[in-house]
Design a protein around this ligand. Structure first.
Ligand code: NAP
Length: 257
């Protein structure tokens, strides 16, 4: 039986990964800050699917939190076969509207934690000659969009670069770039979603199924929906200035996260 560790497992996309991986028979290590919610989730997944689900309470905006998860990933006696770096959050407001403390916290969770956890997992996986890492980025990585977009662009570049460096080692790394997904994300950030057209919303369970399929096929970048694939193809050829104009006009309230 294999084991998957998911950060931000208790809600949204992380919870969809947990449901799907448990249904497929993987043991789980569930990571988030809310211990009660983690315990309830572990019990439910154990009872429904007969898998073992460990709970690891950690705040990935802190050094001790990152270290606790890195230590679990480095534990050679209880190996982790798949890491899903999913924990993340949005901030409402444009550049200079968001406090410096929140900007730095975002970089800690989206970049530093992802770097340190990917590295801890990849080292152990390389020794065993197999394993996978999914780093959840965003289609926001491809448009000029403040610290959120920049942090997700880092996730994409870092993951694809590391995947290249580890090619042939048996360790697969993939950046996952969702469009809008109905989760707790927008509500937690205090963002309105009324102006987002219905066709732009993705289903978390379908997103996860497509992402795991892409990982199995050895992709290093997954944009798991034809609508967003087409949009991102347009973004690639659109003039950078125009893109910046459109994404800045949309504001941080309603634009793609
Ligand atoms: N929803 C979208 O439209 C969308 C689009 C593109 C990309 N994404 C990305 O997808 C990922 C998941 O987002 P989501 O939409 O599923 O969000 P969500 O529903 O708000 O869930 C976030 C999860 O992360 C955990 N978390 C947040 N901060 C944490 C921290 N400091 N340390 C540890 N765990 C933390 C939360 O649990 P606790 O609060 O208990 O810690 C929760 O389990 C994020 O990286 C996000 O940027 C989302």
């Amino acid at each position: 039986m294999t084991t998957a560790l998911i950060t931000g497992s208790t809600a949204g996309i992380g919870a969809a990964f947990a449901r799907r991986l448990a249904a497929d028979g993987h043991n789980l290590v569930l990571v988030a800050r809310d211990t009660k919610r983690l315990q309830d989730q572990a019990t439910e997944l154990h009872d429904r699917h007969g898998i073992e689900a460990e709970v690891l309470t950690a705040d990935l905006a802190t050094d001790p939190g990152i270290e606790a998860v890195a230590d679990r990933l480095s534990d050679r006696r209880s190996p982790v076969d798949l890491l899903v770096n999913n924990a993340g959050f949005g901030s409402k407001g444009r550049y200079l509207d968001v406090s410096m403390a929140d900007e730095l916290k975002m970089l800690k969770v989206h970049c530093e934690a992802v770097l340190r956890l990917t590295s801890a997992a990849s080292e152990a996986m390389r020794e065993r000659g197999r394993g996978g890492v999914v780093n959840v980025a965003s289609v926001g990585a491809f448009v000029p969009r403040g610290t959120y977009g920049a942090s997700k662009a880092w996730v994409v570049q870092f993951t694809q670069g590391a995947a290249k460096d580890l090619a042939g080692s048996g360790v697969r790394l993939m950046a996952l770039c969702p469009g809008f997904v109905r989760t707790e994300f927008h509500q937690r950030a205090g963002m309105g979603t009324d102006n987002i057209p219905g066709w732009m919303w993705l289903d978390a369970d379908k997103l996860v199924a497509a992402a795991l399929g892409d990982l199995a096929h050895g992709k290093t970048l997954s944009i798991p929906d034809p609508r967003y694939k087409a949009l991102m193809a347009l973004v690639k050829v659109a003039p950078r200035g125009l893109l910046g104009e459109v994404t800045s006009r949309t504001g941080r309230k309603y634009g793609p996260q």
